[in-house]
Design a protein around this ligand. Structure first.
Ligand code: ADP
Ligand code: MG
Length: 238
C-alpha cells in the first residue's frame, strides 16, 4: 500500500477546475518532484496535500489514514516555505522551535530537536542570530530546520530555491539532496526548473493544466517521454 495516496483529487476555484482528478501513489521515503509550467497547478496540488486549501473532490490517505478532512496542523506534514516566511524578530533557535513551543512540547526535548536539526543543517554557530544577520542560503536552511524539528511524515517544498541567486541555488539543492539521503524522509518538491527536477527526484510528476501528463524516473522521462509536451519540457530534442 502506498504511504501517501491521492485518489481523484480535484480543486475548483470559481467554477474552474484547476486540479482535475489527480491519482498518485507515493512510497515511503520517495523524493517526488512536481514539475510543469507556471499556472499548471503545482502549488495548488501541494497546498491540497498540506491541507492549506480544501479538496473539492477526491480523497487523501497518509500511512493508512484518511486525512482528507483532517486539519493541516494534524496531518503530520510539514511545508517548507520560502525563507522570507521566517519571523524577523526571533533568533534562529526561536524560529526553529516556534511550532513545538506552540504545541507545548517538553522544553528539554525542544532544545534537543533544535540542536540536532541545527547540526544536520550546519546552523549550530548561528542559533542566537536573527534572520537579518544570515545569508540567503542560511535563511533557507532555517526554513528547512523549522520543518525538520516537527519530525513530519512528509516534507513539502514549494520552489524553495526560487529567491536565491544561481550559485546559492546549486549549493542549497545539493544540501537538500544530502538531507534527503540522511533523513530518508518522504518528500514532495515543487519546481518549474527541469534541472532541479531531474537531479533531485526519485520520480518526477509532470503536470499540465491540472492533470498528470506523465510520472516516471528522470531516466524514464528522458528515454520515453509520453508526449511532445513532456519531451519539450524535459528538453529532449524530437
Ligand atoms: P503553479 O504553482 O503551477 O504555477 P498554481 O497552483 O499556483 O500553479 O495555479 C494553478 C491555477 O489555479 C492558476 O490558473 C491560478 O490562477 C489558479 N489559482 C491558484 N490559486 C487560486 C485561488 N486562490 N483562487 C483562484 N484561482 C487560483
Ligand atoms: Mg506555484
Amino acid at each position: 500500500m502506498a504511504f501517501l495516496a491521492l485518489h481523484g483529487i480535484t480543486k475548483t476555484f470559481n467554477e474552474t477546475r484547476v486540479i482535475q482528478g489527480v491519482d498518485l501513489a507515493i512510497e515511503r521515503g520517495e523524493f517526488i518532484v512536481f514539475v510543469g509550467p507556471s499556472g499548471c497547478g503545482k502549488s495548488t496540488l501541494l497546498r491540497l496535500i498540506a491541507g492549506l486549501e480544501s479538496i473539492s473532490d477526491g480523497t487523501l490517505e497518509l500511512d493508512g489514514r484518511d486525512i482528507t478532512q483532517v486539519p493541516s496542523a494534524k496531518r503530520d506534514l510539514a511545508m517548507v516555505f520560502q525563507s522570507y516566511a521566517l519571523y524577523p524578530h526571533m533568533t534562529v533557535e526561536e524560529n526553529m522551535s516556534f511550532a513545538l513551543r506552540l504545541a507545548k512540547a517538553d522544553p528539554a526535548q525542544v532544545r534537543d530537536k533544535v540542536a540536532r536539526a541545527a547540526q544536520i543543517l550546519n546552523l549550530t554557530p548561528y542559533l542566537k542570530r536573527t534572520p537579518r544577520e544570515l545569508s540567503g542560503g542560511q535563511r533557507q536552511r532555517v526554513a528547512i530546520g523549522r520543518a525538520i524539528v516537527r519530525s513530519p511524515k512528509v516534507f513539502l517544498f514549494d520552489e524553495p530555491l526560487s529567491n536565491l541567486d544561481a550559485a546559492l541555488r546549486g549549493q542549497t539543492r545539493v544540501e537538500i539532496a544530502r538531507l534527503h539521503r540522511e533523513l530518508g524522509a518522504t518528500t514532495i518538491y515543487v519546481t518549474h526548473d527541469q534541472v532541479e527536477a531531474m537531479t533531485l527526484a526519485d520520480r518526477v510528476v509532470v503536470l499540465r493544466d491540472g492533470r498528470i501528463e506523465q510520472v516516471g524516473t528522470p531516466l524514464e522521462l528522458y528515454d520515453r517521454p509520453a508526449s511532445q509536451f513532456v519531451a519539450q519540457f524535459i528538453g529532449t530534442p524530437q
